[in-house]
Design a protein around this ligand. Structure first.
Ligand code: ATR
Length: 276
């Protein structure tokens, strides 16, 4: 019987996962299909029953369900637990297991630019769910982070939480506190381009602030070249767009669901076509 997988999100229409995972299934001749589950919040509990019993073999979980989904999971892996978010569900014979592959995607994308992240300094903008995975991944690889957010209390809370977890002191504060800071990479993790389309770099910081960094990364894929990345390009600074992080996390999801090595090139080519 054809195994069912899919993306759980709301809205889910922008998801890149379907094309990429279906291309991988098809290339490896795996009898499986990756669909789209656009589920409203009130229907999540019933949907997760369906996942268990139907069964649906695996889920990619996206906004706004990465945290709430943990209430419906039987076993949450250690990294996901520490991050406080699950983006991947594997149904093992009716036992739902939750993982987080976002932090691996983020660190692998950064490793392409830096090799080793150890002792490199990463300045994070944003303190939401997406930031949590990025911060955790960098700290796990021995990197140094500073966290700045529109609401400084949230940045300080995250700094405190991960600082205690890793036994380090994490500097944090308001976006205005960030302006004299320098580092190896600046990482934009806020949802500003999605929640407030038409926003510009200056809504976050003065345009030439990007010059304080060797590399600038944005983890939002719509648009792929975000205003922050466009500013970095303008100054000739190396950029990392979200497709890299997406692809690396998708490889990890594929491995978790199938136990097989992902066909990286096929998945990469499919993603490229989907982003045109
Ligand atoms: P996600 O899962 O995408 O991280 P989230 O948990 O809702 O989403 O977090 C959104 C992040 O984007 C927060 O850091 C938020 O800042 P606040 O804590 O001040 O709300 C940030 N964000 C959203 N819109 C923003 C804007 N217009 N300017 C600056 N930061 C913004």
């Amino acid at each position: 019987m054809t195994k069912q997988y899919g993306i759980l999100a709301y809205p889910a229409k922008h998801s890149l996962s379907s094309a990429v995972q279906n291309a991988a299934f098809s290339y490896l001749k795996i009898d499986a299909q990756f669909g789209v589950f656009e589920i409203q919040e009130n229907d999540v509990a019933a949907f997760m029953e369906r996942v268990k019993n139907d069964p649906i073999s695996g889920l990619s979980v996206s906004s706004p369900y990465k945290e709430v989904i943990m209430n419906y999971i039987d076993e949450v892996d250690e990294d996901a637990k520490k991050i406080g978010a699950v983006n991947t569900v594997v149904n093992r014979g009716g036992v739902l297991c939750g993982y987080n592959t976002d932090f691996i995607g983020a660190t692998k994308a950064l490793a392409d630019a830096f090799g080793n992240l150890k002792n490199k300094k990463f300045v994070i903008i944003g303190a939401g769910g997406a930031a949590r995975a990025v911060v955790y991944g960098i700290l796990k690889e021995g990197g140094i982070v500073e966290i700045y957010n529109r609401t400084s209390g949230k940045a300080n809370g995250l700094a405190d939480y991960f600082g205690k977890m890793f036994g380090v002191n994490i500097i944090s504060g308001d976006l205005k506190d960030m302006l004299s800071v320098t580092g190896d990479a600046l990482i934009q993790t806020t949802s500003i381009w999605i929640t407030e389309p038409g926003s510009v770099v200056e809504d976050l910081f003065p345009r030439d602030f990007v010059k304080n960094f060797k590399v600038v990364m944005d983890i939002v894929h719509k648009p792929l070249i975000t205003p922050v990345l466009a500013a970095a390009k303008e100054y000739g600074i190396q950029i990392i767009s979200c497709d890299k992080m997406f692809l690396y996390q998708a490889f990890e999801q594929f491995k978790l669901w199938t136990g097989k090595e992902p066909p990286r090139e096929v998945m990469g080519e499919t993603l490229k076509k989907s982003l045109v």
